[in-house]
Design a protein around this ligand. Structure first.
Ligand code: CAO
Length: 551
């Protein structure tokens, strides 16, 4: 056993940076390069990693302390004297590398007093091909010099790229996912005033394990709830996770006293965006979300899921009864669980069943697909027909295209239809925007692209926002009916199972017909049983004779 002093490594020009987070405590076992504390200057925050593996014996810093290169952070008990991989003052490991080379960074955008100004990525050190993960401004925004324009991220760190000039954003030259390097063109400003290119602002490295789903997603079989939750909706992250957020977000959170660790990030890898922060604050203000501190202070009666009078969850020592294995719930499951529970408890939902005769529609689908096989056209899916038919039904019954907002009902005049997609990362719910303006073929092609993106973990938050109504199709798998949970703030969801040939009485004889089981769950506060059944009957009529869509 040897006692090792872990010190702040080379952090470039950063001086007197404040300790804003202690990520370990005495007794914790840490790996080499594991983050120990987070420090922050006015420009950047960064995590200081451990130079050794071992057990934390004593912390030598407290929150608020100012540290510099060489400051003693903690004493670590290591396995042996030879265990030290590098002295603490050796060059900083990559995660703490001062990628934000402060104002010394070479000016990249040519200063200009007026006229268009090109803003390019300044010197970002050794970082290459960093992906754009957030666009922080949009065309038409007025930005100040040094205001962050985009966030980029490598596998080690994220940083904000600031504007080299003040002005109005005329054009944004990058998109989410683009890979950038020093000198890459970011935006064109209508120049008002300019300065030398400021330094990029390094944010804390991605602390949470990479989650392929960029936005909230659900992994629960009966409802694609969380995945369709708009990114701004207040969602609470499991506590104990390191918040993954840019310095500016951290700063705002600190100023407002917002517990960042309790916010669920909807950005890539769970990054907390400004919208997430605002959504959380709004949620707390509206009493829809409780912080951990508020929950702890709540009376015992409220402990059962926040519902007065509900018993707490039973605590059972299962090991007393046989062998067990405990596996932590995935992040996606935790998120979706919270959303499902809320929707289940808060929505008086009823499921209505209907059979649709899709014999002719399926014949037509097969025929068109045969034709398209020769011409190489897109494959028509039953889902695409369902989307189109649902749009028509939503137009006829606008209550289904609404959302409750307190005592008001908000009717949407647009028709964005979400569909559940089963992926290796859990259930994702991409949204086909303006489905009313698209043909069935276009919807089929778009849903196939979105489903692929979902399976590849490439859906962005925008792909999953704004839904009016959701279709959950288990038709490719089987089943005869189910009761999907309404995906708040939507008011209804359509479940679909596998179509089967059934004998259907035509008044004279039984005929073999292909029957598609529909299960519509609706929020009874908005939609009563008669309306729901009318919707279902109409939907079944449309599917039975698709010519009705043209009426
Ligand atoms: N009845 C009978 N067969 C059906 C069918 C139905 N209702 N729906 C699809 N099929 C068939 C398809 O025609 C396809 O057959 P072929 O390969 O011979 O053409 C096969 O089943 C597989 O289809 P699919 O379901 O993979 O494709 P899709 O375009 O119809 O659906 C998608 C796309 C994304 C909805 C689907 O892949 C998926 O992920 N479904 C699961 C969704 C889910 O988990 N929902 C539960 C959420 S909890 O509420």
């Amino acid at each position: 056993m040897a006692l090792v002093e872990v010190k702040v490594p080379d952090i470039g020009d950063f001086k007197d940076v404040a300790v804003i987070e202690l990520l370990v405590k005495p007794g914790d076992t840490v790996k080499a390069e594991q983050s120990l504390i987070t420090v922050e200057s006015d420009k950047a925050s960064m995590e200081i990693p451990s130079s050794h593996a071992g057990v934390v014996k004593e912390l030598k810093v407290a929150l608020g302390d100012k540290v510099n290169e060489g400051s003693l952070l903690l004493l670590l008990e290591t396995a042996g004297s030879a265990a030290a991989p590098a002295p603490a003052t050796a060059p900083a490991p990559a995660v703490a590398a001062p990628v934000a080379a402060p104002a010394a960074a070479a000016p990249v955008a040519a200063p200009a007093a007026s006229g268009p100004v090109e803003v390019r990525v300044p010197d970002i050190g050794d970082f290459k091909d960093v992906a754009v993960i957030e666009l922080l401004v949009k065309v038409g925004d007025t930005v100040k010099a040094e205001q962050s324009l985009i966030t980029v991220e490598s596998d080690k760190a994220s940083m904000e790229i600031p504007s080299s000039a003040a002005g109005v954003v005329k054009e944004i030259k990058v998109a989410l996912g683009d890979k950038l390097n020093q000198g890459s063109l970011v935006a064109i400003l209508e120049g008002v005033a300019s300065s030398a290119a400021p330094a990029p602002v390094a944010a804390a490295p991605a602390a949470a394990p990479a989650v392929a789903a960029a936005a909230p997603a659900t992994a629960v079989a009966t409802a694609p709830v969380a995945s369709a939750v708009p990114a701004h909706e207040p969602t609470v992250a499991p506590s104990g996770k390191l918040p993954h957020a840019s310095p500016s977000i951290r700063k705002i959170a600190r100023e407002l006293g917002v517990p960042l660790a309790e916010i669920l990030g909807s950005g890539p890898k769970g990054r907390i965006t400004q919208a997430d922060l605002q959504g959380f604050v709004k949620g707390v203000m509206a009493g829809q979300v409780k912080t951990a501190a508020q929950k702890a202070a709540a009376p015992a009666a409220e402990q059962g899921g926040g519902i007065p009078g509900l018993l707490p969850w039973p605590k059972v020592d299962f090991a007393k009864f046989g062998e067990i294995e405990t596996v932590a719930l995935s992040r996606i499951k935790k998120i979706s669980g919270a959303n499902l529970a809320r929707n289940w408890v808060m929505i008086p939902a009823v499921t209505y069943h209907e059979d649709a005769d899709i014999t002719d529609l399926e014949d037509f689908r097969v025929l068109v697909n045969k034709e398209n096989e020769k011409s190489g056209g897109a494959k028509l899916t039953m889902l695409a027909f369902l989307v189109k038919a649902c749009v028509k039904a939503l137009q006829k019954f606008p209550e289904f295209n609404s959302s409750l907002d307190g005592d008001n009902l908000v009717y949407k005049k647009y028709f964005h239809i979400a569909f559940a997609a089963d992926t290796p990362n859990g259930l994702m719910v991409p949204v086909i925007k303006d489905a009313d303006k698209k043909s069935v073929i276009e919807i089929a092609a778009e849903s196939s692209v979105l489903a692929k993106k979902a399976r590849d973990g490439k859906l962005g938050p925008a792909d999953m926002q704004g839904a009016c109504f959701t279709i959950s199709s288990l038709g490719g798998i089987g089943g005869t009916g189910f009761a999907p949970i309404v995906n708040a703030p939507e008011v209804a969801i359509l479940g679909v199972n596998k179509s089967v040939m059934k004998p259907v009485w035509d008044g004279k004889a039984f005929q073999p017909r292909l029957v598609l089981p529909l299960s519509l769950t609706a929020d009874h506060r908005v939609i009563d049983g008669a309306l729901a059944t009318r919707f279902n009957v109409y939907l079944a009529q449309l599917l039975a004779d698709f010519r009705r869509i043209a009426l």
